[in-house]
Design a protein around this ligand. Structure first.
Ligand SMILES: Nc1ncnc2c1ncn2[C@@H]1O[C@H](COP(=O)(O)OP(=O)(O)OP(=O)(O)O)[C@@H](O)[C@H]1O
Ligand SMILES: [Mg+2]
Length: 503
């Protein structure tokens, strides 16, 4: 086989930020019609490398070649003109504008006298959206779309370009399984047309299903490129984090304490109905189900973000009405929400202040916030969660996506709530840190806290939970103890087929 000219090649790329050497001489190439996965821990430099490729960052050193020609790309438009399109990890849409306006941002089709040709615009956009099997029309304002649909708009934008290389930076983090299937079809279509694809994800299953080759970065350095068919997860993980992963649970299940939280016949139409369960101090209960099963809405109801329309919530045996998050926090219930945009990070504030924000009241010594105590809390969780930042002074907006997520988790863990609810806690988190977060959750339980983990990842639920509650269409279908659960039974329970009682 003659080797194809790479669609794109990066050579010895160096990129530094104040206090951070984000890329330290990285080589990377994409062949036409290849899916090339880029892997590495949170903060390894993946997004930075792709932003160099897409003309958003200027490298300090190194060369970029497109179809064999050396190029300089000083703006995203340069990159686009060269046929390089980046679909961002953090959504970059203008929320006040419609899907169509976002898809053709800056390049709206025009009639004579410069007037926008709305008819053509919407016809083109509706066609792309239907190719993506989207069920909303292109004149929908983006702010009104779900995160998954916003992601689809980002993808639609990329499809308007005659692309040579399309980069997907963690595209599936907020997609449902059905939407993922559509995305993978699109990727395979692009591939068949000879487009080179860069695919970034922390989900090994996706990497191994989709990619032809895998390049691994570690701490800004190039660690190697492997042919997917000739390697396995263990080898890739070792390249990525320098060791194999120990997935055994190393924290024992403690004696269970009293019931802390009890829910009886709780309903909140149309999301869920007649939900009953009890949670004891010292246990981790996993809520497993498909996206849309009602788990997030249940969590939001417990946290006072939604009003139930039936049923009761009891804390320590006494009925309570949590009408606001402040109220819930005061009663010892905390929620780490699934959507990063709602997690209350202030991007223009530093790491320490973001982490200790909810506790400022407690740490106040007289009129002053005790800075030492705050830094101590930050240091503790930085070490435990392996948060990558040059110092606590760094603004959160400059951290990598996964490290921002870790700050949020640290923030809620450090409050040591009695009941901690985490919704998709490890989305966008690398495999090594994932294991550490699971251990932290188990450790919290061992200290007597009660933990609810909502997750759509079966291995995660199986790994952390003492008990698993399966939900389907807003109802609890089955409950399993960790000892009795099996993958098959779980799959049945979340598809409404549990116990032979087909829905
Ligand atoms: N604009 C910036 N200013 C300062 N530091 C930055 C900036 N962008 C990235 N960094 C730093 O560069 C390093 C690499 O970040 P990058 O976003 O490329 O990581 P990543 O591999 O994409 O991680 P993740 O899996 O968490 O998304 C990190 O230490 C990050 O904090
Ligand atoms: Mg990233």
């Amino acid at each position: 086989m003659t080797r194809k000219e790479p669609a794109l090649r990066l050579q010895q790329i160096v990129k530094t930020f104040p206090g951070v050497r984000a890329l330290d001489g990285v080589d990377f190439e994409v062949l036409p019609g290849e899916v090339h996965a880029l892997l590495g821990e949170n903060g390894a430099g993946k997004s930075t490398l792709m932003k160099v490729l897409a003309g958003m960052y200027q490298p300090n050193e190194g060369q970029i070649y497109i179809a064999g020609e050396e190029v300089t790309m000083t703006t995203p438009l340069d990159a686009k003109n060269q046929g390089v399109v980046l679909i961002h990890q953090e959504l970059s849409l203008v929320p006040e504008m419609t899907a169509a306006e976002n898809i053709y941002l800056g390049e709206l089709p025009r009639k004579s006298f410069g007037r926008v040709d709305w008819k053509t615009l919407h016809a083109r956009c509706d066609e792309i959206l239907s190719r993506l099997k989207c069920r909303f029309s292109s004149d929908t304002v983006v702010a009104g779309l779900s995160i998954a649909n916003q992601q689809m708009v980002e993808i639609a934008r990329a499809l308007t370009v005659d692309a040579r290389v399309v980069i997907f930076d963690e595209p599936t983090a907020s997609l449902t399984d059905a939407e993922k299937v559509v995305l993978f079809d699109i990727i395979n279509d692009l591939k068949a047309q000879g487009v080179g694809i860069v695919y970034i994800s922390h989900r090994m299953d996706e990497i191994f299903t989709l990619s032809d080759r895998i390049t691994v970065l570690r701490d800004g350095s190039y660690r190697g490129t492997l042919v997917t068919a000739e390697t396995d997860e263990d080898e890739v993980t070792r390249l990525m984090i320098g060791r194999s992963l120990d997935l055994s649970r190393n924290i024992k299940t403690p004696e269970l304490g009293d019931v802390v939280l009890e829910v009886r016949g709780l309903s909140c139409a149309p999301s869920f109905s007649d939900v009953s369960f009890a949670l004891r101090a010292g246990e981790v209960v996993g809520f497993y189900g498909l996206v849309g099963a009602g788990r997030t809405e249940l969590a939001e109801t417990l946290f006072g973000l939604r009003r139930p329309d039936g049923g009761t919530i009891l804390i320590d045996g006494a009925e309570v009405a949590t009408t606001s998050p402040q109220d819930a926090i005061a009663r010892g219930i905390s929620l780490v929400p699934e959507n990063r945009k709602e997690q209350g990070l202030v991007l223009t504030m530093n790491c320490r202040d973001n982490m200790t924000l909810p506790q400022v009241g407690d740490l106040t010594a007289g009129p002053f916030v005790s800075s030492g105590a705050e830094i101590a809390i930050f240091d503790q969780y930085r070490d435990r969660l392996a948060i990558k930042t040059p110092s606590w002074r760094q603004l959160v907006g400059y951290l990598s996506g996964g490290n921002q997520q870790k700050i949020v988790i640290g923030k809620w863990l450090s409050m040591q709530p009695r009941v901690l609810i985490v919704d998709e806690p490890t989305r966008g988190i690398d495999v090594g840190s994932k294991a550490e977060i699971h251990n932290l959750l188990r450790e919290l339980a061992a200290q007597g806290y009660a933990v609810i983990v909502i997750s759509s990842e079966m291995p995660e639920v199986l790994h952390v939970s003492d008990r698993i509650i399966a939900m389907y269409h807003g109802k609890i279908t089955r409950e399993f103890s960790a000892a009795e659960v099996s993958e098959d039974a779980l799959v049945q329970a979340i598809s409404g087929l549990g116990n032979g009682t087909a829905a």
